[in-house]
Design a protein around this ligand. Structure first.
Ligand SMILES: Cc1cc2nc3c(=O)[nH]c(=O)nc-3n(C[C@H](O)[C@H](O)[C@H](O)COP(=O)(O)OP(=O)(O)OC[C@H]3O[C@@H](n4cnc5c(N)ncnc54)[C@H](O)[C@@H]3O)c2cc1C
Ligand code: SF4
Length: 325
């Protein structure tokens, strides 16, 4: 499959990248290209201009600063599970990175590219030829949804592996745009809209991901169900964070809704409790009801909910094996 025609820029400074993006509202940022270029080949994204940010050298770093772990937007996923600082202090992040797609995606794919990836749906992530047998759906620019055609809404699913691990660690993200720089909790980046899944203003670039020191002291694990061990997006993915001392727990899911989700009811139920067998079994029942998945993949919503409960038990067991009593 060939790429459509586009104009191409390789800015060396962030300010230059922002001004190119500002001049062409339909331009897109290109990082590793492992998500965007595939969508362009399928003709579901057709930006007239690509701004390759890989030459912005100062966005590829992992360092610790006053206890916080700071990671540049262009950090390759592979680096996350090869860097002792991450492997020792943020093992859930290393697990999530090593579970993304294939080795090639982990070498080429970047942390910010993973966070900012497009939502997915079996009627959208298809070649132009495959899609031509049906009317074009909302997300691809048409007037219909083939999944739920009740409201004019796109229900495509967020399937990124890194976001849940970052959500449970209360990560913050730094963004630079025409109005300067701002920082926000990663949770606020995601909208409820499958058509425009990110709340980024025009010409804004995600530059940095920050894990607060408080989260570095807890334990974080990530588990995923996928069709095959290599190459596949999650059917369901779950991250778990625990502070043994405070008996505080955080849980997040991916691939079950339009955005990655914190499992707030499970978190409230577990707070202050010891993670014994009865508590975990009860919590896994709650976990299964934390989202209302719709059929955007070959897996039925009921199947996904069952997997949420099972995966929750698996990720807690994994964390317990490592440290929680
Ligand atoms: C076969 C296959 C399997 C895959 N499996 C998985 C999987 O298991 N798990 C998973 O999570 N992903 C998977 N992916 C998707 C993709 O490979 C990864 O998400 C990858 O990390 C994307 O990073 P990238 O740097 O290549 O992003 P790109 O493709 O360069 O960009 C992705 C999106 O993010 C935007 N973007 C990139 N950087 C920034 C930035 N700094 N600021 C603002 N916006 C930005 C781009 O404009 C684009 O819209 C798979 C892809 C394929 C083709
Ligand atoms: S949920 Fe509906 S509108 Fe969204 S991508 Fe799927 S078919 Fe298209």
């Amino acid at each position: 499959m060939r790429l459509p025609k586009f104009e191409y820029f390789e800015p060396k400074q962030i300010s230059e990248a922002v001004s190119i993006l500002q001049n062409e509202p339909a331009a897109k940022i290109l990082a590793g290209g492992t998500d965007l270029l595939v969508n362009m080949k399928h003709r579901v994204e057709r930006p007239p201009v690509l701004v390759n940010i890989k030459r912005l050298g100062d966005l590829d770093f992992i360092r610790q600063d006053n206890g916080d772990v700071r990671m540049g937007a262009l950090t390759p996923l592979k680096r996350l599970y090869m860097t002792p600082l991450v492997m020792e202090n943020l093992p859930g992040l290393a697990q999530a990175a090593s579970s993304v797609g294939s080795y090639h995606h982990q070498v080429m794919g970047t942390l910010a590219g993973n966070i900012c990836q497009q939502n997915r749906c079996m009627y959208f992530n298809q070649s132009q030829w495959w899609r031509s047998s049906r009317p074009t759906c909302f997300k691809a620019g048409g007037e219909i949804c083939h999944v739920l055609n009740k409201k004019k809404t796109c229900y495509s699913t967020y399937c990124g592996d890194m976001a849940p691990a970052l959500l449970v660690m209360n990560a913050r993200i730094a963004i630079t745009g025409p109005g300067g720089s701002r920082e926000l909790p990663i949770e606020d980046l995601f909208s409820e809209d499958g058509k425009t899944p990110l709340r980024l203003n025009q010409a804004e670039i995600l530059t940095e991901i920050i894990i607060p020191a408080e989260s570095v002291t807890g334990i974080c694990r990530y588990q995923k169900f996928a069709n095959r061990d290599s190459i596949d997006f999650p059917i369901v993915g779950t991250a778990f964070w625990a502070s043994e001392q405070k008996k505080e727990y955080r849980i997040a899911f991916t691939a079950v809704d339009r955005k990655p989700l914190r499992a707030q009811r499970v978190e409230a139920f577990l707070k202050g409790k010891k993670l014994d067998k009865i508590t975990i079994t009860e919590a896994s029942g709650l976990a299964a009801g934390e989202a209302k998945p719709v059929k955007t993949s070959v897996y039925s919503p009921a199947n996904k909910r069952r997997m949420m409960g099972l995966l929750f038990q698996r990720v807690v067991d994994d964390a317990k094996r490592r440290s929680i009593k």
